[in-house]
Write a protein that binds this ligand. Structure first.
Ligand code: 6LW
Length: 533
């Protein structure tokens, strides 16, 4: 080999290494956003991509992710992050902000959505997608859920949504409709048009519509079958925005419902389309991974290639299903800075990944001098209120989490520790109280004390290790001397379809409560670690 070809090879290797020293892969892995990331919606501005998800009661709500390659995503902000914007108090975990849509038009980002149980349909705008987002503009005249927006060539803005029908001809029948949205008057105007009930003659829960104008024709993409086993995406075409819409013979354009109960990825549906600056089409959609038919990580966001044959979008040509690995989009590889495994609570702000449950009405935590301080308040996580809880998404079937906590109390009612939360009725807590550590399970609202161990010292390491469908809690006075507390527990407690755990997803984090009595006490957390195994 000549010196010249060696130097060309070296330059080639250097060019294929990006700033973070990783070589550029040719493929990507699904899900692109693992863990609780349902109902994805996406838009592109130049070579920037923005993606949002539904979050029900988690606050801040509706995360905004940014990417330049559709594979590496960075959390840049939240659409709902001021308590005045929305009040989730009193709502069960399956209500709150449902499937949102993000769009960009003439210098402004729009998110349109439904707060179920808390005001219904609204939109917000921002010139920077990282925020701040405006206060909601409510659309009380818009029935139903799952609103989407599109601008036609004449500049008019159209709202597309789903709602129930007065007399159902079959179970779960619903209708997709559109109406003009006058952004000056901030309300729906003109006639409402029924676009479709879905492709199947027994289509249930036709929902999650998005309307696109592609090559001069209108493409309506919707979900059918409900967000579980029968979920699917169908498309419908029209020459006119208000219809009539004709179902595509190829429908459903994608589904996993025909792959059998044991196929490890199901519930594929609720998609949105984006065209890259290089002309490729891609879709983001939701899906559920399964272990022994059980889903613990809830609905996650997947990416699939789309190619148009005429007006018909073909999802992953040659496969027709969502792939766990495939050739990545033809876009410059743009890795984002990885979150450190250990959050040291530096600075004065909590990282964007941390959320609470329901809208906080008062400050219950602070970050200072490398510590997270959590106030004990009388609220408990079993009630439909905002308790002193901070959690982050669980993104892996096998993971470990640990925190170092300092907490002391002389009162029997005060507790603080680690929480594995799905809903107010389904959770595990490893808590320290006056003189013990207790592992408590709540399943479908029934609370069981699994183990109690005498424990006196102020500092404690609380640890959890999840392995697919099982979880082991442990504790110690040092990370090297962890001891199990209780037997291995089942993660069915926080899985889909158990009690009211349905739309939302699981989180891991910290919790403190004085169980109904006022308190001035607080728990200090020095760090919190979360890592895949
Ligand atoms: C979402 C709708 C749905 O708005 O679930 O079952 C709702 N279908 O599309 C919550 O994700």
């Amino acid at each position: 080999m000549s010196l010249r070809s060696i130097s060309i090879m070296i330059v080639g290797v250097i060019l294929s290494l990006n700033v973070f020293g990783q070589s550029e892969p040719t493929t990507f892995d699904n899900p692109i956003l693992p863990g609780y990331h349902p109902d994805p919606s996406i838009c592109r501005v130049g070579d920037d991509y923005y993606l949002i998800n539904s979050t029900f009661l988690w606050f801040p709500g509706i995360p905004v992710y940014h990417s330049n390659d559709l594979v590496n995503w960075e959390l840049i902000g939240h659409v709902i992050n001021r308590p005045e914007q929305m009040d989730f108090t009193g709502l069960p975990d399956k209500l709150g902000v449902f499937a949102p849509t993000i769009r960009y038009h003439e210098g402004l980002f729009y998110v349109i959505n439904t707060c179920v149980g808390c005001g219904m349909n609204f939109y917000v705008t921002a010139s920077n997608p990282a925020g701040p987002w405006s206060d909601p503009v409510w659309l009380p005249e818009a029935p139903g859920i799952d609103p989407s927006l599109m601008w036609d060539d004449d500049g008019k803005c159209y709202y597309t949504g789903m709602t129930g029908v007065e007399e159902q001809k079959w179970s779960g029948q619903s209708v997709i409709y559109n109406q003009e949205l006058d952004l000056e008057q901030k309300k729906l105007v003109g006639e409402r048009h029924e676009l479709t009930f879905g492709h199947a003659n027994n289509a249930s829960y036709s929902e999650g519509p998005h309307l696109y104008k592609i090559n001069g024709k209108y493409l309506l993409m919707i979900s059918e079958g409900g967000t579980g086993l029968y979920h699917s995406l169908t498309v419908h075409h029209s020459d006119s925005i208000n219809g009539p819409y004709v179902a595509d013979y190829i429908n459903p354009v994608i589904t996993h419902r025909n792959l059998g109960l044991d196929y490890p990825l199901h519930a594929i549906g609720h998609g949105d389309l984006v065209q890259t600056q290089n002309g490729e089409w891609w879709s983001v959609l939701l899906g559920k991974r399964k272990i022994d038919r059980i889903t613990t990580l809830a609905r996650e966001t997947f990416l699939a290639k789309v190619e148009f044959e005429g007006q018909t979008p073909i999802f992953n040509p040659g496969y027709g299903k969502v792939l766990m690995k495939q050739t990545r989009p033809n876009l410059p590889w743009s890795p984002v800075k990885k979150e450190p495994v250990r959050d040291q609570f530096e600075g004065e702000k909590l990282g964007l990944k941390w959320c609470t449950i329901r809208t906080p009405k008062e400050n219950f935590y602070s970050v200072k001098n490398g510590k997270l301080k959590l106030k004990l308040r009388k609220e408990v996580m079993d009630s439909l209120v905002n308790p002193s809880i901070l959690i982050q998404r669980i993104e892996h079937h096998k993971f470990e989490a640990m925190t170092k906590m300092s907490f002391k109390t002389s009162k029997a009612n005060e507790q603080a520790g680690l929480t594995f939360y799905r809903t107010n009725e389904n959770h595990y807590n490893l808590l320290k109280d006056k003189n013990s550590l207790i592992l408590i399970k709540s399943f479908k609202g029934k609370k069981t004390e699994i183990a109690r161990i005498p424990f006196k010292s102020k500092d404690v390491y609380l640890h959890v290790e999840a392995n697919d469908l099982e979880v082991q809690f442990s504790y110690g006075e040092s990370p090297k001397s962890l001891k199990p507390i209780g037997e291995k527990q089942s993660l069915v407690v926080i899985a889909d379809g158990q009690g009211n755990a349905m739309f939302n997803g699981p989180g891991i984090g910290v919790y403190a409560t004085s169980n109904g009595l006022e308190s001035k006490n607080q728990a200090l957390f020095e760090w919190f670690e979360y890592d895949r195994k």
